[in-house]
Design a protein around this ligand. Structure first.
Ligand SMILES: [Zn+2]
Length: 257
């Protein structure tokens, strides 16, 4: 959990080191191995902080919650996904499962009926950017980052979502200004500590195995909609976790760690 401990001085150090590193290398004419090595370490550390979803060096990341029993938080990213979401909503209801859907704003605007269905069934909808600029997220212009956050927020507001404090970054990437923008909106970055990697390898049994290896009470599980065999994988995970006595809950802000 060392990487998920937020230290403001570490953030300052990382950003400052990365500002001075190229200048120092240039001034030393690339000749000092020590300066070159220090610059490389500074860059590598910043890249790690950006790329590692649970790393809190640039700002706090929620990766688990205080459970009130054998509970997990199921989070489903990238929807709504049309008929798939409608089917999934019915299946979740029949299994007594509540989940949080981190939605893409542009999909939400086009699929209000599906959003209404999720909302009415007691699921929460939260911000996953407007257009999901996955690989580009970390180097968006600050104004584009703000637009991604605000447009999705407007879509959620339009869908009747009253409380909009949670944000999940596309593929868990950070942006050096992300936490500043989230703080200005009273929002928190929600990560995970259990992932099925269902976006990469969608075989439901492989997804279940990965989840079972990592799960424990208070876990945040991330799965996806709109991928090959997504719903099948989600339902298999639910089946297995329920057979182990897990309940699916949506934690309050106070429970988040
Ligand atoms: Zn996503």
């Amino acid at each position: 959990m060392l990487f998920n401990v937020y230290r403001p001085w570490l953030r300052l150090f990382l950003l400052t080191a990365n500002l001075f590193a190229p200048v120092s290398v240039l001034l030393s004419d690339f000749e000092s191995p020590w300066i070159n090595a220090a610059a490389a370490i500074a860059h590598a550390s910043l890249i790690y902080a950006i790329v590692a979803p649970g790393c809190a060096w640039l700002g706090p990341v929620v990766t688990r919650f205080h459970p009130r029993g054998r509970e997990v938080w199921l989070t489903i990213d990238d929807g709504p996904a049309g008929a798939e979401t409608e089917y999934l909503a019915k299946e979740l209801q029949s299994r007594g499962v509540r989940a949080t859907f981190f939605v893409k704003g542009n999909r939400l605007e086009a699929q209000r009926a599906q959003a209404d269905q999720l909302h009415a069934a007691g699921h929460t909808l939260a911000n996953h950017t407007q257009t999901h600029p996955a690989s580009m997220f970390w180097w968006l212009f600050p104004s584009t980052l703000r637009e991604e956050l605000d447009a999705c927020d407007a879509a959620l507001l339009g869908a009747g979502v009253a409380v909009r404090r949670w944000f999940r970054a596309p593929v868990g990437l950070k942006h050096v200004f992300l936490h500043r923008e989230l703080a200005a909106r009273d929002m928190r970055l929600i990560g995970w500590n259990v992932r099925g990697r269902d976006g990469i390898a969608s075989d439901p049994e492989a997804v279940v195995k990965r989840v079972l290896r990592q799960v424990r009470p208070g876990a945040i599980v991330v799965l996806h909609e709109g991928k090959k065999r997504s719903v099948e994988g989600i339902l298999r995970v639910i089946e297995e976790l329920q057979s182990l006595g897990y309940a699916f809950v949506i934690p309050s802000d106070e429970q988040l760690i």
